[in-house]
Design a protein around this ligand. Structure first.
Ligand SMILES: [Zn+2]
Length: 125
């Protein structure tokens, strides 16, 4: 995940990409001090892991948005069949579940992202 801090020299936002999911994991992988070069002023500095913070990414929103568009189009398409074969309850069920799916997927992705960010941002000894 990406973790963020601010540059000690110019206060620009720095980010650091790591495989670690928590601060403890990051310390185990890289040690308590992480060296990072500022993209804004080009100065290298040592960042304490406690200064790094995880942020929510926009990816779940994007995925949910795409699923929502596809789901809505699919539902409209299925809707025609449902109207033509009104007695077919299975198709009606499909159309309904397609409308509910984007919200569900978004909820799951958002929850997972929140769990990851909270896990990283938790303070430790
Ligand atoms: Zn800087």
């Amino acid at each position: 995940m990406k973790v963020y801090a601010s540059c000690k020299h110019c206060k620009a936002e720095l980010w650091y990409k790591t495989k670690a999911e928590t601060r403890i994991e990051l310390v185990m992988l890289k040690g308590k001090l992480i060296s990072c070069t500022c993209k804004s002023c080009g100065r290298e500095q040592q960042l304490d892991v406690n200064e790094l913070k995880a942020k929510y990414s926009k990816t779940p929103q994007w995925i949910a948005g795409i699923i929502f568009c596809v789901g809505t189009l699919g539902s409209l398409y299925l809707g025609y069949f449902v109207l033509e074969n009104i007695r077919n309850h299975y198709l009606a069920y499909c159309a309904c579940s397609l409308l509910v799916m984007p919200g569900l997927v978004y909820g799951i992705l958002h929850q997972e992202e929140r769990r990851r960010v909270n896990a990283f941002n938790q303070m430790w000894g």
